[in-house]
Design a protein around this ligand. Structure first.
Ligand code: SAM
Length: 291
């Protein structure tokens, strides 16, 4: 990782979603540019990222959408290498010109930019429009690579991700590998221009002991989706809808009461249901051992 700051433009995309130059008003709208007004608030936000030691010393920190660099300036203070990925060439250039130590500025779209190898920590005041897509991209790396995420998002969205309205498909699909907690909130007046809603930090951590193997995450997520897609209130009804004969059997195997509402199933119960419903593929016995 070069220590000199630079603007790196490995890709140029067509259209407004890529790092084309837009006029300032359009850029603010298209790329959700609501910047922290004060260094103090940016500092409080940045300090929610834990020390490198708990995320693994070998991890690289990626800042998503640094804009004018208020958060970036706080992050470079701990001397850890930072890669800041900014879609807007105007702000990527301005940030590179500051020549901050240990900073690499990349002018690219975070949703398609090829991520560095190895374990990563993510931080960003995410644009409202594409924040969910960015979050998914980080989670999809798996818990060995995505060690931590500190994301500023719309307050309602963070509340949803942290269980304020009960369980939901998104959380059930990711919670075997990650925990989601609420961090600091920042009212809309803390940003310029003022956005339409208040914000709150979503703190994501990879679980040191996942509830299911990451190698089976696709099957796990399909299973959870199938249950939600039945649109039944309780797991017992959902199980019967999915498989009339096997349903009650796997509920008993997972020791989950049939009357439990799907939205009240805990991360641990989802994992037990999955393991009871879809046991790992049987190990092949070689012809020699069969004899
Ligand atoms: C809410 S602003 C935050 C700016 C700055 N970090 C702050 O807090 O003051 C979101 C930033 O993400 C950038 N951005 C939007 N879409 C992006 C994308 N797809 N890839 C990388 N950066 C993006 C915007 O240009 C903007 O700088």
């Amino acid at each position: 990782m070069p220590s000199r700051p630079r603007t790196d433009s490995p890709h140029r995309h067509e259209g407004p979603a890529g790092p084309a130059r837009l006029d300032r008003d359009e850029a603010r709208r298209v790329w959700g540019q609501n910047f922290f007004r004060s260094a103090g608030s940016a500092r409080r936000f940045a300090r929610q990222l834990t020390g490198a030691e708990s995320a693994g010393n070998d991890s690289v920190t990626v800042e998503v959408g640094p804009g004018a660099g208020r958060i970036t300036k706080e992050l470079v203070r701990d001397g850890h290498p930072i890669v800041a990925v900014e879609v807007d060439p105007h702000w990527a250039d301005r940030l590179a010109e500051l020549e901050l130590p240990n900073l690499t500025v990349v002018n690219d779209d975070f949703t398609t930019w090829p991520l560095p190898d190895g374990p990563l920590r993510f931080i960003g005041n995410l644009p409202f429009g594409t924040g969910t897509r960015m979050l998914r991209r980080c989670l999809a790396l798996g818990p060995d690579r995505c060690r931590e995420g500190v994301f500023l998002l719309q307050k309602q969205y963070t509340r949803k991700r942290t269980g304020a309205y009960g369980g939901n498909l998104f959380n059930a699909q990711w919670e075997p590998w990650y925990t989601f907690r609420r961090g600091l909130g920042f009212p809309r007046q803390e940003f310029a221009p003022v956005p339409g809603s208040d914000t709150e930090t979503l703190l994501v951590r990879s679980r040191p002991r996942p509830l299911a193997p990451w190698s089976r995450h696709a099957a796990y997520q399909r299973f959870v989706e199938d249950v939600f897609n039945t649109s039944r209130l309780t797991i017992g009804e959902a199980a019967r809808a999915l498989d009339r004969r096997a349903g009650p059997g796997w509920l008993r195997g997972a020791r989950v009461p049939p009357g439990l509402r799907v939205k009240d199933i805990t991360a641990e119960q989802w994992a037990d249901l999955f393991h009871a419903c879809t046991p790992p593929p049987a190990r092949r016995i070689s012809p020699q051992r069969r004899r």
